[in-house]
Design a binder for this molecule. Structure first.
Ligand SMILES: [Zn+2]
Length: 413
């Protein structure tokens, strides 16, 4: 049974019944799903979770929608990988990667879309829609196809060709907007008021956002019900970072963790779109909107909806927020691939390059158990890496040619 019981304004605390709404009528604050944690505590255990499906739905009582029948909206339960080689390069002794490239459409967005479309089906919507920087577009188009919903996804027209293709293939409507993500998002808020659609990150956002908590649940369960000391999370809207923090807290509230978690939460941005990192460094509370200009397009949200809340979590948890340049992002992608055999998209490059920087600065410490979140697959952003990698050499099909190309190789090497 899903126990998401109501929606509550994050600013003034006013409560609303569960419905496809997202803004407080009184103060325009964002609404968030609430739960009866005492009831969940009485019904959930480590054993009941372990007996559940190998997907986000193993944590069903902590999500705002009941698990849909069948596996149409399966996502999550991705590997947590011990990263010894990368850790050795960065001087970190206990580094782990949560590899969310292993989702149905190869990004963490499958988690939030599973929850959002589960709720959309509950509400009786026939069409799923979203504003997207690419990964969400993939996830919505695919999940709509699997569940028989129509779909409209809205993306900036300068999006990577790969992300357009991997959305359009599912047969829904893909609408490219001549503008940046913030323009797309504004338009979608207007459309949501006009059309009876489930905009997963607009009118269904309070439910959608809850799907990200499962990254924290899985991390703790995969560490045998321990929490890491420090996590590094990429920031786009900021929602993912706040929900991972919330997820660890909830596990303690419902009795799945013995001790109250104390997890330092650090954020990662591209310098070409770093409103949260800029505010963090300046020591101010206001997150000033910027005009994005970065190869990390999945993180290119200049006016992050949850930027203020992400900043608050980072500061209160004792984390930090760093930013890295486009060349550093490419280096981060290559470092991750070279050391761990994991091909992440540009957002992963941001996360790994920021982790490297925070480790070098002593912010992420060698003695900490660290988890870095790899949120999307590198095949989604081939454009970014294509100018930097190539075949080692091209030769005729002969042994002599090979020997000539690699003259220093011996049979033992
Ligand atoms: Zn309010």
């Amino acid at each position: 049974m899903a126990t998401g019981t109501a929606l509550r304004c994050r600013e003034c605390g006013r409560e609303y019944p569960v419905a496809p709404i997202y803004t407080c009528e009184w103060c325009f604050g964002p609404l968030e799903a609430t739960y009866d944690y005492d009831a969940i505590r009485a019904s959930i255990s480590r054993e009941s979770v372990a007996a559940g499906p190998a997907s986000i739905w193993r944590y069903g009582p902590l999500l705002p929608v009941a698990a849909p029948a069948g596996s149409a909206l399966a996502a999550g339960w991705t590997p947590l990988i011990r990263a010894e080689r990368l850790g050795a390069e960065l001087g970190l002794r206990d580094l782990w990667l949560k590899d969310d490239t292993r989702n149905p459409t190869n990004s963490f967005k499958d988690r939030v879309v599973a929850v959002a479309l589960g709720k959309a089906l509950d509400f009786g919507f026939k069409t799923a829609a979203c504003a997207s920087t690419g990964n969400l577009a993939n996830a919505v188009a695919a999940a709509a196809a699997r569940t028989g919903l129509a779909s409209f996804v809205f993306v900036p027209s300068d999006l990577e060709a790969g992300k357009i293709l991997t959305t359009a293939v599912y047969g829904g409507n893909v609408v490219a907007i001549d503008g940046n993500y913030d323009d797309v998002n504004r338009l979608c808020a207007e459309l949501a008021a006009e059309y009876p659609w489930a905009f997963v990150n607009v009118n269904v956002r309070p439910f959608y956002a809850e799907g990200s908590k499962t990254l924290a649940y899985e991390t703790a369960e995969q560490l045998d019900w321990q929490v890491p000391d420090h996590v590094v999370v990429p920031i786009a809207s900021g929602s993912l970072l706040t929900k991972i923090h919330k997820g660890f807290d909830e596990l303690h509230k419902v009795g799945l963790l013995d001790d109250a978690p104390s997890v330092r939460v650090s954020g990662a941005q591209a310098t070409g779109c770093s409103p949260v990192a800029t505010a963090f460094t300046a020591g101010v509370d206001d997150v000033h909107p910027v005009r994005p200009d970065t190869i990390a397009k999945s993180l290119a949200i200049g006016n992050p909806a949850d930027g203020y809340y992400a900043l608050d979590v980072i500061r209160k948890s004792g984390g930090a927020c760093g930013a890295v340049t486009d060349p550093e992002i490419v280096d981060g992608i290559r470092l991750l691939a070279r050391t761990e055999g994991v091909f992440g998209e540009t957002a992963a490059g941001v996360t790994i390059a920021t982790l490297a920087k925070l480790a070098a600065d002593g912010v992420v410490r060698p003695d900490e158990r660290v988890v870095a979140y790899i949120t999307g697959h590198g095949l989604k952003t081939l454009d970014a890496i294509e100018p930097h990698v190539s075949v080692t050499t091209t030769i005729p099909p002969s042994l002599d040619a090979f020997r000539a190309a690699f003259p220093t190789l011996t049979e033992e090497s």
